[in-house]
Write a protein that binds this ligand. Structure first.
Ligand SMILES: Cc1ncc(C[n+]2csc(CCOP(=O)(O)OP(=O)(O)O)c2C)c(N)n1
Ligand SMILES: CC(=O)[C@@H](O)[C@H](O)COP(=O)(O)O
Ligand SMILES: [Mg+2]
Length: 634
């Protein structure tokens, strides 16, 4: 029975002595390592915030004081000390604990969105609300150095700096990395502050001298603080936070829990906005994570606890994109690659190794990525911006008004599109094919397999007068799905019997569509299965095919509302084609975390469920029931 089991509330942490807290930290690390080794998750980030989180919960009183985690991937320790240690074995399991804060799990959790750089804005709002309501509550925001490279964080800081009554403590968890080392001027400024030895040595010297003086009291420490400010002004580079008018405490060793508590207590006393700059190491306390070259076990797959060796995983869509973009780079010297702090996860690392001067990591700054890509295109290059689908959401206006309005030849490669599953609601790439439908001139492709990914990427980078988008899911692609014919630019994947049902399989759902077709054939229903490849603009050949069939069914791994199916339906309406239409996609709701296949099963995007639905639709048609018109737009 470890100490952790006795921590049913964070207040219990205050009764523990130093030795018990040391033991607790070790117990927490051990549990996280063993659990993530099988469940997967964000081990590196959480190993780096053990002492920091314990200190926060000992100085502040959650949930009266609110704790907001930016991105939320580093909230395991917080969960463990807020009464959820017993459930930790269900981490990222369907029906189990989320890998991010969850209001449904605990009233200690408040922000669930896993999109980075939002915490300071939430915290600004919360602190102002408590001030206006006269509630004596502190807000503590934990934000990583990577998340600080996101524009929203600076929009928030600009406001927080003048919100003098906000009892807001911002803990900058500075481990120098996003996945890879954090880039940019901010990282340089943080590093300068973190590593100015003269600043540290002078302060230690002053502290030692003060301690040697008998009867040193609080006045002397206030004098030390004033001196520290003077020292910092004199020796350390001007803190960019102080230039904004924010109080600054640090840098503090984020693994020295007592030092963190002292800094947090000092910050708490300010009763106004203040930054506590904590220096930590990602993966701290687990050698395989600390030594992990690529990303210090940011989000490892299953691994061996003893050695840290990750279980080998087969090639995923990302790997095929990685190979294809290098080949494009070989033949097209004008093609450049852009990532938003996810060089390896999006598969641009090989391109970077081959073309370092043509690869840009812009930090967690998708909006800047999109508009700087427009600049690169206006300057005569062809940028390929590689993102996760869900993170394109925040750059929508940039795609619309900075890229498309100017007809810039920018290609967006959206990995993790469709249902991703493990990372919960804000990570599913289920929005891109809806929001991009309204962008004039934009061309959107959804490859069904690795061969089509390569083909479509080649076609996309040849378009220099409009934005092009490729979107593909998490995980391994299917075996190649050959076409048996063509209709316009559309691949025909299966044709059998009379023209009863036209099944439009979009991207990763093309394979499912073929299986649906095969089931229909077995039921004596005639079927044509097609893959549009380019889903925007709509291929006129599909309108002709729809006219010739008795029922059209679209299947997409994207939100139903405003997606490709909706666009196709509207196109048919506009062409006066009244063929009954059934539209299948992801229900427009926030999906709880679970494995991708389990979610697809639950929402009916499986060959069995889809085929059954079509058989029902066909009999409804035969009996003159009008249900299949339910999806027709007015
Ligand atoms: C808008 C957005 N872009 C990209 C990501 C992917 N992502 C998750 S964590 C992370 C790195 C975060 O670095 P940092 O804030 O320093 O936290 P650390 O992992 O170092 O604790 C990134 C890029 C995201 N969650 N949100
Ligand atoms: C927190 C975050 O946004 C990323 O770390 C994400 O969890 C990674 O997802 P994949 O595991 O699909 O690369
Ligand atoms: Mg970091």
């Amino acid at each position: 029975m470890g100490t952790l089991d006795s921590i049913t509330s964070p207040r219990a942490l205050r009764d523990l002595g130093d030795a018990q807290l040391e033991a607790l930290a070790a117990e927490i690390r051990d549990l996280m390592i063993r659990t993530v080794a099988t469940n997967t998750g964000h081990l590196g980030p959480n190993l780096g915030v053990v002492e920091l989180t314990l200190a926060i919960h000992r100085v502040f009183d959650s949930p009266t004081d609110r704790i907001v985690f930016d991105t939320g991937h580093q909230s395991y320790v917080h969960k463990l000390v807020t009464g959820r240690a017993g459930d930790f074995g269900t981490l990222r399991r369907e029906g189990g604990m989320s890998g991010y804060p969850s209001q449904a799990e605990s009233d200690h959790d408040i922000v669930e969105n896993s999109h980075a750089s939002t915490a300071l804005s939430y915290a600004d709002g919360l602190a102002k609300a408590y001030t206006i309501r006269g509630e004596n509550r502190h807000v503590v925001a934990v934000i990583g150095d990577g998340a600080l490279t996101g524009g929203m964080a600076w929009e928030a800081l600009n406001n927080i700096a003048i919100a003098k009554k906000s009892r807001l403590v911002i803990v900058v968890n500075d481990n120098g990395r996003s996945y890879t080392p954090t880039i940019g001027g901010l990282a340089t400024a943080l590093t300068a502050l973190r590593t100015s030895p003269r600043y540290e040595n002078v302060l230690d010297l002053v502290k030692r001298r003060l301690n040697a003086v008998p009867g040193v009291g609080p006045a002397a420490y206030d004098a030390l603080h004033a001196m520290k400010k003077g020292v910092k002004d004199a020796l350390a580079p001007q803190g960019l936070f102080e230039d904004l008018g924010l109080k600054y405490v640090g840098p503090v060793d984020g693994h020295d829990r007592a030092a963190m508590e002292q800094a947090l207590s000092q910050a708490k006393k300010f009763n106004g906005p203040v930054i506590v700059h904590a220096i930590t190491r990602k993966g701290y306390g687990y050698d395989p994570a600390e030594r992990h070259e690529a990303d210090q076990f940011h989000a490892p797959g299953p691994f061996d606890v003893q050695t840290g060796a990750e279980k080998p995983k087969g090639r995923i869509w990302t790997d095929y994109f990685s190979d294809a973009i290098v080949e494009v780079g070989e033949r097209r010297p004008d093609v450049v690659g852009i990532t938003a702090a996810m060089m390896h996860p999006v598969g641009l690392d090989a391109f970077q190794a081959r073309f370092p001067e043509r690869t840009f990591d812009v930090g967690i700054a998708e909006q800047h990525a999109a508009t700087s890509a427009a600049g690169l295109a206006l300057g005569g290059l062809h940028p390929v911006v590689a993102l996760y689908g869900t993170f394109l959401n925040r750059a929508f206006d940039q795609v619309l008004m900075d890229v498309a309005l100017h007809k810039c030849g920018v290609t967006f490669a959206l990995d993790r599109s469709g249902v991703t599953g493990d990372d919960g609601a804000s990570h599913n790439g289920m929005w891109d094919m809806s929001i991009l439908q309204v962008v004039p001139g934009l061309r959107l492709a959804a490859p069904r397999d690795a061969t089509r990914l390569r083909e479509l990427l080649d076609e996309a980078v040849d378009v220099d007068d409009a934005p092009t988008v490729l979107r593909y899911p998490k995980g391994p692609p299917p075996e190649d799905i050959p076409a048996v014919g063509k209709a316009g630019g559309t691949d025909v994947l299966l044709r059998n019997g009379p023209r009863d049902v036209l099944v439009v399989g979009i991207g990763s759902m093309a394979g499912t569509a073929v299986e649906v077709g095969e089931r229909l054939v077995a039921q004596g229903i005639g079927v044509t299965v097609i893959d549009p490849r380019w889903v925007m603009p709509v291929d006129p050949a599909i309108v002709d095919l729809a006219r010739e069939h008795r029922l059209v069914v679209s299947i997409e791994d994207s939100g139903r509302v405003g997606g490709v199916g909706s666009r196709l339906l509207q196109t048919l309406n506009d062409a006066g084609v009244r063929t009954p239409f059934r539209l299948h996609g992801i229900p427009q709701e926030f999906l709880d975390h679970a494995k991708r296949n389990a979610i697809l099963e639950r929402i009916g995007l499986t060959p069995q469920a889809l085929a059954l639905g079509i058989v029902e639709d066909m009999s409804a048609l035969a009996e003159g029931r009008a249900t299949v018109d339910a999806d027709r737009l007015g």
